[in-house]
Unconditional design. Structure first.
Length: 80
């Protein structure tokens, strides 16, 4: 069985950080309004963003969903 996982578009985020002169993920997290630990988990693909985080990021970057996020299919192993 497959599951869809929403992950950050790291390339876009890194380009935007450079363009805006943002030096660290922690600085960007503070500007967006999310915790530094949550942002680091998102950037490493260890956590899926919830609707609040998605909304904050869309508002901060002022772009459409597809610019910041991508979808990944992952296999889910279920025991019987």
């Amino acid at each position: 069985m497959n599951e869809v996982k929403i992950v950050l578009n790291r390339d876009y985020i890194m380009k935007e950080m450079k363009r805006r002169g943002i030096q660290s993920f922690n600085e960007l997290a503070r500007q967006i309004g999310i915790s530094e630990s949550m942002f680091n988990l998102l950037m490493r693909g260890k956590r899926n963003p919830g609707s609040k985080v998605i909304g904050l990021m869309l508002s901060y970057f002022n772009v459409n969903f597809e610019k910041i996020f991508t979808e990944q299919l992952t296999k889910v192993h279920r025991s019987a």
